[in-house]
Ligand binder design. Sequence first.
Ligand code: NQM
Length: 378
Amino acid sequence: RPRVHGGQVAVSCWFMRGGTSRGPFFRAADLPGDRAARDAVLLAAMGSPDPRQIDGLGGANPLTSKAGIVDRSTRDGIDLEFLFAQLQPDSDVVDTTPNCGNMLAAVVPFAVESGLLVPVSDTTTARVLTLNTGLTAEITIRTPEGEYGRYVDYAGQTRIDGVPGSAAPVSIGFLDTEGSVCASLLPTGHVRDRVEPAGVGPIDVTCIDNGMPLVIVEAAALGRTGHESAAALNGDTELKTRLESLRLVCGELMGLGDVRAKNYPKMTLVSRAAHGGAINTRSFIPHVCHESIGVLAAVTAATACVLDGTVAHDLADLPGGDRTDVALSVEHPAGEFTVELGLDPAGGRRVTRSALLRTARLIMAGDVLVPPHAWRPG
Ligand code: NQM
């Protein structure tokens, strides 16, 4: 039997910011287990489909139309399992195929807030498995002792571009990100492909997936500088039309089939960095230009920078020498995103691990109320 509040169904919900994204988090046991029944609750909670999401928690943008579902894990070496759900304001599709590294940043704080994880020392480290693609991340947050026991400390000095102010760091390390949604890191088998979509003409792309499937293309090849604001690019319908025909062709080449209704691959315009970073990016997710860049999109873009022959490599400003660790600053519309990459000295420039910092915050805890017709037990 569902819990009710008046004539509606009450579902326990923690509304969280994770990195530069935001959305409701749920414990798996609080949602219906059946996929269609679960999706109906998520759609009602977010207010989709509706471009304004006026009847729900969604923020009328893909970055604020995300939800997280978390459970304890019984698998060896894994503490928590996280299923990320991407909703879109104006569609009724709930996509759990790709990862979201920004929402991932809120998983361990959420687990402590909701009682799934009990902190025992000043920092809490958990291994999180994403059920979306099977990727694991080791995540550390601060959990100091307070007057009433240990709590998640959100206050701190870490700044991430795209979020005002500063907050406590959430450190994330990834080990196995290659070929998350695609079959491999370079799903076309090449570091670079020349494609010729209708209305675009011949153009070089790098199709790559080190946690997020991306199509990387030089901004100048599409007649843009790559330094335009996100708002200007969002208003550039001619560019968006060309990017979509390029995306459809590359989706097939990447083995993803017809990607018309899919949220990936993300289209990433690259150009030379202008503020001392390694590369400059404008990331389309896939139809709206990201205000900054996604976490695994940044990891994948940085990976492309270190691989000889990619479209990004030619434009990247990389530290010299034969290093096994590099920190690359990926510039984006709101600033930059630093990604640390571990390189295998024996495997050319193969990226073996990545690490980065995010912040997160619990914004609201309580019940989200969904109309009774949206709740089907299952
Ligand atoms: O790439 C947006 C975001 C993301 C995804 C998107 C992300 C990632 O910024 O890991 O974080 O690509 O739709 O939340």
